[in-house]
Design a protein around this ligand. Structure first.
Ligand code: PLP
Length: 430
């Protein structure tokens, strides 16, 4: 039951995927915690395997709770359909497995989450997929890479933790002129603050572990086909097979389900889908509140004499502020009053003189938790150089702006004066 895209995002996030009549009046998405599903007859079961009889067969392939979450996300994104995976990394792996194979090429933005960099090095490149890392602001390099016939162009809506914002229209136009699908990892912004579809993406993905679920309870990932790409023009064998079988409109999703779900088994669990669907209901208000509090904390830190290099795209002084204004939005529009500026999500970074100063300040925090997640209801801090990026090369760290003094903060939903007060006492000696 797809919600019309004309309805507001918050409405779609609450009503998408709910079938009240079919679910005996239940107003929440029911949790079907069942591995398999029984059929009336052996003939029906055989027909279901052949795709001739409707129904769920086995939760590695599909499950009503997971499907309801997929429908809700697809409604929020304005997409054709979604595939929910065990984690954000599983979603990235699913994309690579379906769109590329040994000997083919893919283009990735240079500014990436450390886990994605490591996945590409440890898995994709070892499997013989050629990865070109390109700076999205280097038009010539991008054109050159796109001219090599890559299977996808993958970039983040807001680089983690570089907090850079690509020039989406230009990138999408260059890719579309060469029939290359643009995939945006919009994890840091969530669908509440960023529309990948409006920015020209063919596909959007999220680590739902973050803002979508929003309370740090469930690892998950989701990939949504935004219905903008003609899959009959893609030369991946996994897609070509589905173009012949289900047609170009659903070929990408069918390939994800067959290759990543049925064959590789990275399907999201029903319980995680239940938690993520529940989280999605409050995403709009959470993302706005977190953006406002992040803006206030970033403003406070910018004025702190012991802190340098505060980065938050919502700040007018930020190098990516103009792009944030163009691409980021919230349910009730840009912020007004003293916090004027675009809703830019929960993540900000700041710099202290070195690693020991960063560790000391982090250790003095009483409210914020030292933990590796983001978009959580709790404020979280991490030192990227010694954690997410500890396995990356010096060059990879440099490019992502990961220095020894860099601290990343994901602002939570606590009272903003308590968050600022916590940083104030932790930075008293800085
Ligand atoms: N993409 C981005 C931008 C991320 O920040 C993360 C995790 O932090 C991931 C993907 C991976 O997601 P997960 O931890 O759910 O596997």
């Amino acid at each position: 039951m797809r919600q019309p895209v004309s309805r507001g995002l918050r409405t779609r996030a609450i009503h998408g995927g709910i079938h009240v009549k079919r679910n005996r009046g239940a107003t929440s998405i029911p949790l079907y915690y069942s591995s398999s599903f029984a059929f009336e007859s052996a003939e029906d079961l055989a027909a279901a395997f052949e795709g001739r009889h409707p129904g769920y067969i086995y939760s590695r392939i599909s499950n009503p709770t997971v499907q309801a979450f997929e429908q809700r996300i697809a409604a929020v994104e304005g997409g054709v359909g979604s595939f929910a995976a065990t984690s954000g990394m599983a979603a990235i792996q699913a994309l690579c497995t379906v769109l590329a194979e040994t000997g083919s090429r893919v283009v990735f933005a240079r500014s990436l989450f450390g886990g994605t960099v490591i996945y590409l090095r440890e898995v994709a490149q070892r499997a013989g997929i050629h990865v070109d890392f390109v700076d999205m602001d280097d038009r010539e390099a991008l054109e050159q890479a796109l001219d090599q016939g890559p299977r996808m162009l993958f970039l983040e809506a807001l680089g983690n933790p570089r907090l850079d914002i690509p020039p989406f229209e230009e990138v999408a136009q260059l890719a579309s002129a060469r029939d290359v699908p643009v995939v945006i990892d919009a994890t840091l912004m969530s669908p509440a603050l960023f529309s990948a579809k409006e920015c020209g993406a063919a596909v959007v993905m999220h680590s739902t572990t973050k803002l979508v679920t929003g309370n740090g309870t469930a690892i998950g990932g989701v990939v949504t086909d935004l219905g903008r790409f003609d899959w009959s023009r893609h030369c991946s064998p996994a897609i070509a097979r589905e173009v012949d079988s289900v047609g170009p409109g659903y070929a990408f999703l069918a390939a994800l389900r067959r290759v990543a779900g049925l064959s590789a088994g990275v399907t999201m669990s029903p319980f995680n889908a239940f938690l993520s669907a529940l989280g999605l209901e409050t995403l709009g208000i959470r993302a706005e509140t977190q953006s406002r509090s992040a803006f206030e904390l970033a403003s406070y830190l910018s004025a702190h004499p012991g802190v340098s290099g505060v980065r938050y795209p919502g700040l007018e002084s930020d190098p990516y502020h103009e792009r944030a204004r163009r691409y980021f939005h919230g349910g009730s529009g840009p912020m007004s009053g003293p916090m004027s500026g675009p809703m830019s999500g929960p993540l900000l970074t700041f710099t202290l003189p070195d690693r020991s100063a960063a560790f000391a300040a982090m250790n003095r925090l009483e409210l914020a938790l030292r933990a590796t997640n983001l978009g959580d209801a709790k404020t979280l801090v991490i030192h990227p150089a010694s954690t997410i990026f500890h396995d990356c090369s010096a060059e990879e760290r440099d490019y992502s702006g990961v220095t020894e003094g860099l601290v990343r903060v994901s602002v939570g939903l606590e009272n903003v004066e308590d968050i600022i007060g916590d940083f104030d006492q932790a930075l008293a000696d800085a």
